[in-house]
Design a protein around this ligand. Structure first.
Ligand code: NAP
Ligand code: MG
Length: 402
């Protein structure tokens, strides 16, 4: 059988620990035998980030802008302990943060759905994708502890014109104050990413905030979404028969729980932080969560939502067998290959991605799975396998399909 050819390279960002090991296994077992992989390879492993003064992360992000599609392995975000463990020159910043700042994107997280693993919410049948605004609000706030009586004011000094001043509160006693901000440019690019992703994946888009209470702050988010939708997207959504609507965040929560799923739920920064953990947990496992960063210009970076699974890696280093779930990392690869195929008009590459995803889901449906899933699956007969054997079982089913 001849291998599937690619025209344009995929940006490949290698990573750390257990996921780096899984990365190699996936390539060797499930990709390279079938696809003449063409990648622009960047080693984002912590050692190499340190050796290059983190240049490699910036180069990888630039390459993503050049080629349009990237696939990323989980990476360590160093803390003090890691600086010691890897003898680092510096406590390098989170690669995801660096890449996101360069691509200016929004992260969409969606679960991989398998029949025998039931979400905690009975009505959910299709994935719920959470889009979290990744800038500002409480994550870039200024806080102040009021220790006694006094007046708190909100003051804005424009570069030109008169100062704006409002009383926040006249304190009679101790209390707290918080100041936060956002910027239109960031909200606009968040909105565009969400609308584009909805069109891309043929799903309805919901956006929720609390504009009835926050009449300027949250209302600005609502207005920006609305304006962009009316100007640029209403017709495109109608053509695809998908819907955009805004609702209050409390109403959205109630509706999501009663829904079948299958929508994109755009959230402000804090709501997205909370709701993505809620949705991920309700669907079962972090190991089954995929993540894609989409920029407003239409660049894509696919990855797993989980980290480098350090505890499993240390066991692996001791020579112990691990049953680490490779699904989310595998789906990062299939997502990226399918997107590459779509952009380059390579139907066989798209078809291969679909078949590989189907084969992996069939494997779990057949009762063969990693340890984490065995705890969630309601199949009567389950066989727990190690990562390598799990990938070989997928390969068997893939070969049957091809
Ligand atoms: P983690 O790697 O996601 O793992 C946390 C725990 O979740 C694991 O110990 C394991 O539980 C379970 N788990 C996660 N993925 C799994 C999988 N594929 N298969 C089976 N079980 C899985 O998070 P962490 O331990 O907090 O972070 C480890 C490192 O990852 C850190 O250095 C952090 O900086 C980095 N990180 C990177 C990213 C990224 O690159 N996107 C995201 C998050 C964290 P059990 O041990 O109980 O089996
Ligand atoms: Mg969180």
């Amino acid at each position: 059988m001849s291998k599937i050819q690619m025209n344009v390279p995929l940006v490949e960002m290698d990573g750390d620990e257990m996921t780096r090991i899984i990365w190699k296994m996936i390539k060797e077992t499930l990709l390279e035998p079938y696809v003449e992989l063409k990648t622009a390879y960047y080693d984002l492993g912590l050692k190499n980030r340190d050796n290059t003064g983190d240049r490699v992360t910036i180069d990888a992000a630039a390459a993503t802008k050049k080629y349009g599609v990237a696939v990323k392995c989980a990476t360590i975000t160093p803390n003090a302990q890691r600086v010691e463990e890897y003898n680092l020159k510096q406590m390098w910043k989170s690669p995801n943060g660096t890449i996101r700042a360069i691509l200016d994107g929004t992260v969409f997280r969606a679960p991989i759905i398998v029949d025998s693993i039931k979400p905690f919410v009975r009505t959910w049948k299709k994935p719920i994708t959470i889009a979290r605004h990744a800038y500002g609000d409480v994550y870039k706030d200024v806080e102040y502890r009021v220790e006694g009586p006094g007046k708190a004011e909100l003051v804005f000094k424009p570069e030109a014109g008169d100062e704006h001043r409002e009383t926040i509160f006249n304190f009679k006693d101790k209390g707290v104050i918080l100041g936060m901000h956002n910027i239109d440019r960031s909200i606009v690019s968040f909105a565009r990413s969400c609308f584009n992703y909805a069109l891309d994946t043929n799903q309805d888009l919901w956006f929720a905030a609390k504009d009835t209470i926050s009449k300027k702050y949250d209302h600005t988010f609502k207005d920006i979404f609305n304006e962009i939708y009316e100007k640029e997207y209403r017709e495109k959504f109608a053509e695809k028969k998908i819907e955009y609507f805004y609702t209050l965040i409390d109403d959205a929560v109630a509706r999501v729980v009663r829904s079948e799923g299958g929508m994109i739920w755009a959230c402000k920064n804090y709501d997205g932080d909370v709701m993505s953990d809620l949705v991920a947990t309700a669907f079962g496992s972090l190991a089954m969560m995929t993540s894609v960063l989409m920029s407003p210009e239409g660049y894509y970076e696919f990855e797993a939502a989980h980290g480098t699974v350090t505890r499993h890696y240390y066991r692996h280093l001791k020579g112990e067998e691990t049953s680490t779930n490779p699904m989310a990392t595998l789906f990062a690869w299939t997502g990226a290959l399918k997107k590459r195929g779509e952009l380059d008009g390579l139907e066989d590459l798209v078809g291969f991605g679909d078949k590989l995803e189907a084969a992996s889901i069939k494997t779990i449906e057949a009762g063969i799975m990693t340890k984490d899933l065995a705890l969630l699956s309601n199949l009567p007969e389950k066989k727990v396998v190690n990562t390598e054997d799990f990938l070989l079982e997928i390969k068997k089913r893939l070969d049957n399909q091809l």
